[in-house]
Each structure stands twice: as C-alpha cells, then as structure tokens.
Design a protein around this ligand. Structure first.
Ligand code: FES
Length: 103
C-alpha cells in the first residue's frame, strides 16, 4: 500500500503498489487532491511535488539534475522533496508515505 497525506491532513491509503506506474499516476488515479500534473508527467512543472517520509528516501534514490532544478523553484522545497512523476514504483515501496504540500 501507499499512503498519501493531503495538505488538509487527510490520509488516503491506496492498496497495492502497481510496479511500472509512477507515484504521480498512483496519486492521480486515486483522486488525491493537490497532485496537479500540469505538464503531464514530463518533469517540467513541479505541480506533482510531494514530501517523502525520510526513511524512504534511500529506497527511492535521489532526484536527477533536471528534477532538482525544477524542485529548486518550489516554495515548499525540503530535503525530502521529490516530483512524484519521477518516482517509478517498485514492490519494495510497499508502505511508502508521502505528504502533498499546500499550494
Ligand atoms: Fe509536471 Fe511532475 S507532473 S513535473
């Protein structure tokens, strides 16, 4: 399962992980508010920004240079920020928790 915590503090638990999908797609398909995806998942808008529970950062790996440059423009940038469209899901991510920043 994946857990999204929206900006209002609402917890949304999604069963299954769907390897091959991205974290953004999982959020969109389950109607998580605040994951806006203006660019359609092309790492060009940062409206899919999430904060990842810190203990999961190593499993996800870090952002590449393009993603980092997009994140640098985000007001809500934190050490645990990722663009959810750039996070491919794997079975190992079962239990992942992310927060959607207020925007
Ligand atoms: Fe635009 Fe992720 S959807 S950067």
């Amino acid at each position: 399962h994946l857990t999204f915590v929206d900006a209002a503090g609402g917890h949304h638990v999604i069963s299954g992980v769907s390897p091959g999908r991205t974290l953004m797609e999982a959020g969109r398909e389950n109607g998580i508010s605040g994951i806006l995806v203006d660019c359609g998942g092309a790492c060009a808008c940062a409206t899919c920004h999430v904060h990842v529970e810190p203990e999961w950062l190593a499993e996800l790996g870090g952002p590449n240079d393009l993603e980092s440059s997009m994140l640098d423009l985000e007001e809500a940038l934190q050490d645990n920020s990722r663009l959810s469209c750039q996070v491919p899901l794997t079975e190992a991510m079962d239990g992942l928790i992310v927060w959607v920043p207020r925007r």
